[in-house]
Design a protein around this ligand. Structure first.
Ligand code: COA
Length: 382
């Protein structure tokens, strides 16, 4: 029988233009700069919804009624604690370990102590996801405290999610402005369609790997500076630029030498990232409240203008996150962990969608290596 090979589908470098999943979680309209969570425009959630409401929206499918929110909130507050071996791991991590490495290992370790690790049913995954959402701030705060040479601070069950996170980081309750800013950040970063870390989580889940395995893999993908690592890279860039007068020469030099400006550009948003304006607004408020003459927001705006003189590229979510997290007292190399603290809910919701989809994700590859080689015995090779 004459078998004609089926025509290979076209190679899509970087999977550009490939639609690899269906999702009812978030939609990203890159042309018009619109982001929705389950149909709610991010502009309507920003500054109004709590992160806890968004967790309910993404995991349970609707904005919670008051009693539902109360139940979810209680569950989060009750699950913030960490097993002692995980706290010990954080305390014993080598001084040079990056916060993302410690976070990734801590989350992987949590699988040992999670009673339902191997249960990948939707209900068990929802329960595990809520526990992870509750535990992430405790892990990240403990990592930060250890690096400051300080003991971890126990969660305060009297505080909401964002306020408790800042409390555990800094060892004292923060102002309403700080707490609201942290909440806004967590709301804006909670989900973003099929970004690289979420895709990674879905690939792992598509093999029926458990939630902790998928989230551990996602943390690995988030770490790079083309993804979650961009806020840290942006803040380091602003610090490197120095005085504001250096903004234009810095950007000109970067374009001359083909150095990328971090926090700028996006694979999907080509006319601007809708989250950026909220982060800009809140970074400004926090800068004003600091009153210490820092001007990283003006510097960032200067970078944005200077970039536009070279190319039509706009700030992405990480650009104004950088000064905002800085003004929350978060050291730059903790930024990506804070991103993960929000995104863990999106990863969980996508993992559940992927389990429901029940299809292994396994794309093909365009083989470009040598063909038809003949095997030569070891002792006959030159
Ligand atoms: N600084 C300078 N030039 C940039 C740029 C940046 N941040 N982002 C894109 N460009 C340039 C590219 O070099 C390319 O130029 P060319 O046409 O001369 O080759 C052009 O703009 C198109 O960009 P492209 O690389 O095709 O976009 P992409 O969709 O592959 O990449 C990013 C998107 C996010 C990876 C990219 O914009 C980037 O690296 N940004 C900085 C890192 C960052 O902020 N990441 C967080 C994303 S949320």
């Amino acid at each position: 029988m004459n078998m004609t090979p089926a025509a290979a589908p076209p190679f899509a470098k970087g999977l550009v233009g490939v639609v690899a999943a269906q999702t009812a979680l978030s939609s990203v309209d890159g042309t018009n700069g619109v982001l929705t969570y389950r149909g709610y425009n991010i502009h309507d959630l920003a500054g109004k919804a709590s992160y806890e409401e968004v967790v309910h929206l993404l995991l349970r499918g609707h904005l919670p009624a008051r009693a539902e929110l109360g139940a979810l909130d209680q569950s989060l507050r009750g699950n913030r604690g960490l097993p002692q071996p995980v706290l010990d791991h954080i305390a014993a991590a080598p001084a040079g370990a990056t916060p993302m490495d410690v976070l990734r290992t801590a989350v992987s370790m949590l699988a040992y102590f999670e009673a339902e690790t191997e249960d990948i049913s939707v209900e068990a995954t929802l329960r595990k996801g809520l526990r992870l959402v509750a535990q992430f701030p405790t892990i990240v705060a403990a990592i930060h405290r250890r690096r400051q040479g300080q003991a971890a601070v126990a969660p305060d069950p009297a505080l909401g999610h964002a306020a408790n996170f800042l409390y555990m980081l800094h060892g004292q309750a923060q102002s309403d402005l700080q707490n609201q800013a942290a909440n806004l950040y967590l709301v804006l970063l909670a989900d973003h369609s099929l970004n690289a870390s979420t895709f990674t989580a879905r690939v792992a889940a598509s093999t029926n790997a458990d939630l902790h395995a998928a989230v551990t893999a996602a943390i690995g993908a988030l770490k790079g500076n083309l993804h979650g690592g961009a806020a840290e890279a942006t803040m380091n860039m602003l610090l490197e630029i120095g005085p504001i007068e250096q903004v234009d020469p810095f950007v000109d030099r970067a374009f001359e030498t083909k150095r990328k400006i971090m926090g700028i550009g996006h694979r999907i948003y080509k006319s601007g990232d809708p989250r950026a304006r909220h982060l800009l607004e809140w970074a400004r408020r926090m800068e004003a409240a600091q009153g210490r003459g820092a001007n990283y927001v003006d510097m960032a705006l200067g970078v944005e203008r200077a970039v536009l003189r070279h190319k039509e590229l706009y700030p992405n979510v990480d650009f104004f996150s950088a000064p905002m997290l800085y003004y929350l007292g978060i050291p730059t190399d903790l930024d990506t962990c804070v991103f993960a603290t929000s995104r863990v809910v999106g990863w969980t919701a996508h993992v559940i969608e992927q389990y429901n989809d029940a299809t292994l994700i396994r794309p093909g590859a365009d083989y470009v290596g040598p063909k038809a080689q003949s095997y030569v015995e070891l002792d006959k090779r030159g």
